[in-house]
Design a protein around this ligand. Structure first.
Ligand code: CP
Ligand code: NVA
Length: 315
């Protein structure tokens, strides 16, 4: 039986707490089976089309290797090289690609563009990052915390910095998992209102606590996990200089980590800028789990691919 009841996976807020837990369990099982030497091929012969309108290292390689390991294959479609770069409508593109492939992944700017792909494609569509959400990242993040800490419920996760796509997804995911999620941002850089509301409504019934604050030290206090992302996301390059000033007090450094629990984990979705959002002494310390976290993108996404692509769905 499929875990997700929708054709597509675009937002963390579409999951119930049970669906999130089931996806993480499936990811853990797939990882354990692979590490034990089994090669299951549930997506034999299936093809994933991957549309990238922004750069990527992890997302591209983890989706492609995930498809290959599951018995299928993947096609990288750059926004520049396809007719999308010359203005072909996304609606035509989504319908045409659905004639060739069994699933689509899209990384793009406006979230509405990913929603349009989902609307016009007859095959499942996965959000590989939009300006609004990065839900595959949050799946991998929770998988990583669960592997190391054994559980999620009740842990305090402090996200420090820009209330961006990564923060939006993490806020909702943490709330679905019953965590205490605190997001500390400068004024004006809070997570998206819709994401905060989704996290708050997810917290009803899971025992989660969701807080948006401006003091990074308050957020980091007794945290089990300290998480940060870049201050300037893809597409915001022109704001870089202003952001360096606005976020100057939000670096995750030794002074800040001193407030966290002694066995805190440091997490970052990568790519990272040492000396900006995180000090080298933190990201390169024994507390940092960023490489394991990046590795878990593969396993979390394989669970998603198996769930969405191995059973036929109604559009
Ligand atoms: N974290 C993440 O999505 O990395 P890429 O931009 O390299 O895909
Ligand atoms: N917030 C970052 C994440 C990159 C993986 C961005 O959107 O550029």
């Amino acid at each position: 039986n499929p875990i997700l009841n929708q054709k597509d996976f675009l937002e963390m807020s579409q999951l119930t707490p049970e669906q999130l837990a089931d996806l993480l369990d499936l990811a853990g099982e797939l990882k354990a089976r692979m590490q034990a030497g089994f090669s299951d091929l549930p997506l034999k012969g299936k093809i994933l089309g991957m549309i990238f309108e922004k750069n990527s290292t992890r997302t591209r390689v983890s989706f492609e290797t995930g498809m290959l390991q599951l018995g299928g294959s993947a096609i990288f479609l750059s926004g520049h090289d396809t007719q999308l770069g010359r203005g072909e409508p996304i609606s035509d593109t989504a319908q045409v690609l659905s004639e060739y492939v069994d699933g689509l992944m899209i990384r793009t700017h406006e979230h509405s563009r990913a929603q349009a792909v989902a609307e016009y494609a007859s095959v499942p569509v996965i959000n590989g990052l939009t300006d609004f959400e990065h839900p595959c990242q949050a799946l991998a993040d929770l998988l990583t915390i669960k592997e190391i800490k054994g559980e999620l419920s009740g842990l305090k996760l402090a996200y420090i910095g820009d209330g961006n796509n990564v923060a939006n997804s993490l806020l909702v995911a943490g709330a679905l998992a019953g965590m205490h999620v605190v997001c500390a941002t400068p004024a004006g850089y809070e997570p998206n209102k819709e994401a905060i509301e989704a996290a708050q409504s997810a917290s009803i019934g899971t025992g989660a606590k969701v807080e948006i604050v401006h003091d990074p030290y308050e957020a980091a206090k007794n945290a089990d996990v300290l998480y940060c992302d870049v201050w300037t996301s893809m597409g915001q390059e022109l704001e870089n200089e202003k952001r360096l000033t606005d976020f100057a007090d939000y670096q995750v450094n030794d002074k800040l980590t001193a407030c966290a629990k002694e066995d805190y984990l440091f997490m970052h979705c990568l790519p990272a800028h040492r000396g900006e959002e995180v000090a080298a002494s933190v990201i390169d310390s024994a507390h940092s789990v960023v490489i394991k976290q990046a590795g878990n993108r593969l396993h979390a996404q394989k669970a998603l691919l198996v769930d969405l692509m191995s059973t036929p769905r109604q559009a």
